[in-house]
Write a new protein. Structure first.
Length: 499
């Protein structure tokens, strides 16, 4: 087995382990957080996260472009050029960190218009400044750690991320129990973020000692890098506007407290998405090399395998989430934290898009397809804001979420696969959309079967919840196996695991 294959397997296994750990720690942390602090603080957390994600657009899509630019020199073992890239990106990252910090300071006078609470929140500005410092921290060392990710050694950052997150959550829970103080909670977060970043920076320097040598790139190379960054800018900006505005809009239109309730649902959903995304993103570096070294036929074959696997996973994950999410929130936090069923429908549809499109998105990053779709993404972002604001004013929280659904349906959900098939596979995308319709049909059948099952199995405690989850898992896995048993993807999985 090649070193690259070993690294790819390590990436996937470590990252899965890391995400599962984050899943457990996330629930423990949230439970203790809500026990000692009220839901308003949770809403503030979500709103600040959205604001600072929007501010991070200042990186112009740098991290995406950075990872992409390392693939070729790493494959060619061009140490001088890699070192030149690292030192070039160091300068850019320092400028970006300063821009984000100054931009964040400039937003302080507007916080009172975004945070919508019935009573004033003391120390709001101080809380925001600590979140700002936490965001800036990631840019201090990312120019080094990206080399690890591009070289299929992301498992190293995942391993140390796990260690520091365990320590951080233990300390956070301890100090919340002792002090009941949100300010102390945030200071601890910032402390651990900076320590982790310095440690992984040192590890990257040890793995690639040559990156510490100061090498200057040629002017033509720098010009090419800036052209690539510019191409990513519109795509990056649009993607952020699509994914990082819901909490802010909910806070302004509906109220910051509602953001806290919504964030409990998104904690569960986002952890599921993160787990799946981590697996697929771990393949991006491998695909980057595949795109360079292989032809269209091989690219298409790998895509078919990924798409089949993802189609099966989307059916299982969406089915379980649809029938178990409300029950879980009720058992975990209580009936007072439940949201309307219409909100659940919007969350589930957005979840489905996030899972079913993963193979397309992975190829987007590996091929640099973002250059071609940047204006489509901009259209998605603009329509998302417009539709979410209009629908939000009429039907509140569900309207904001359905605005995002409609914006995606009208734009990149159909356009991006067409472009990918045309440019990188040399195939018609008709077969892709036909398979997508079949997948949706299977999902609807499972919704019907799951509804019948739910009529006879009432969740009154964790035992009945586990029984319901197990039956739904068996039902969905069985249906997926029957439906996809002859597919390329399932045959590949069976062969790999000797089934």
């Amino acid at each position: 087995m090649s070193t690259r294959t070993n690294n790819a397997i390590k990436n996937i296994s470590y990252n899965i382990g890391y995400q599962l750990l984050m899943l457990v720690l996330g629930f423990v942390n949230r439970t203790i957080f809500l026990y000692f602090l009220n839901v308003e603080y949770l809403g503030i957390q979500a709103v600040f996260k959205d604001i600072l994600t929007l501010l991070s657009m200042a990186d112009l899509g740098l991290i995406t472009a950075m990872t992409y630019s390392f693939y070729k020199p790493l494959a060619e073992k061009n140490e001088a050029y890699i070192s030149g890239l690292v030192h070039f990106y160091k300068k850019v990252c320092n400028v970006i960190a300063l821009v984000i910090f100054l931009g964040g300071l400039g937003l302080i006078p507007f916080l009172k218009y975004v945070v919508n609470l019935k009573t004033d929140m003391p120390h709001l500005t101080l809380y925001y400044l600590l979140y700002l410092l936490n965001t800036v921290a990631s840019y201090i060392v990312v120019y080094k750690t990206t080399v690890l990710v591009a070289d299929q050694k992301g498992y190293i950052t995942a391993k140390y991320g796990s260690i520091f997150n365990i320590l951080q959550n233990i300390v956070l829970c301890l100090f919340l129990w002792l002090t009941h103080n949100f300010l102390v909670y945030l200071i601890i977060q910032v402390f651990f973020t900076y320590i982790y970043n310095f440690v992984v920076s040192a590890i990257a320097s040890k793995e690639y000692p040559y990156i510490n040598k100061k090498v200057s790139l040629a002017k033509d190379d720098i010009r090419g890098l800036f052209d690539n960054i510019k191409a990513v800018f519109v795509y990056k900006t649009s993607n952020v506007l699509i994914n990082a505005t819901d909490s802010t809009l909910i806070s302004i239109i509906v109220g910051t407290t509602v953001v806290g309730f919504y964030s409990n649902y998104m904690l569960v959903v986002s952890k599921a998405i993160s787990l799946l995304t981590t697996v697929f993103n771990s393949l991006t570096a491998s695909l980057g090399n595949l795109i360079v070294e292989e032809g269209k036929a091989k690219r298409y074959e790998v895509f078919q395998i990924l798409q089949t696997i993802c189609s099966g996973l989307s059916v299982i994950v969406v089915t379980l989430m649809f029938f178990l999410l409300q029950d879980f929130i009720r058992l975990w936090l209580g009936k007072a934290y439940l949201l309307d069923t219409l909100v659940l429908y919007a969350i589930i549809i957005n979840l489905y898009f996030s899972v079913i499109l993963l193979p397309v998105w992975v190829y987007r990053e590996a091929t640099g397809l973002y250059k071609q779709i940047k204006y489509v993404m901009l259209g998605t972002a603009c329509s998302n804001l417009l539709l979410s604001i209009i629908l939000g004013h009429f039907i509140g929280l569900p309207g904001i979420l359905f605005g995002t659904v409609l914006a995606k349906l009208l734009t990149y959900v159909w356009y991006e696969p067409i472009l990918l098939f045309k440019q990188f596979f040399g195939h018609s995308s008709r077969s892709y959309f036909l398979e997508l319709l079949k997948n949706i049909a299977l999902l609807l059948v499972l919704f019907l079967l799951g509804s019948l099952l739910s009529r006879f199995l009432f969740v009154t405690g964790y035992l009945s919840f586990i029984c319901k989850a197990f039956l739904l898992l068996v039902l969905s896995v069985s249906c997926v196996y029957i439906f996809y048993r002859k597919s390329t993807g399932l045959r590949f999985v069976k062969a790999k695991f000797g089934l």
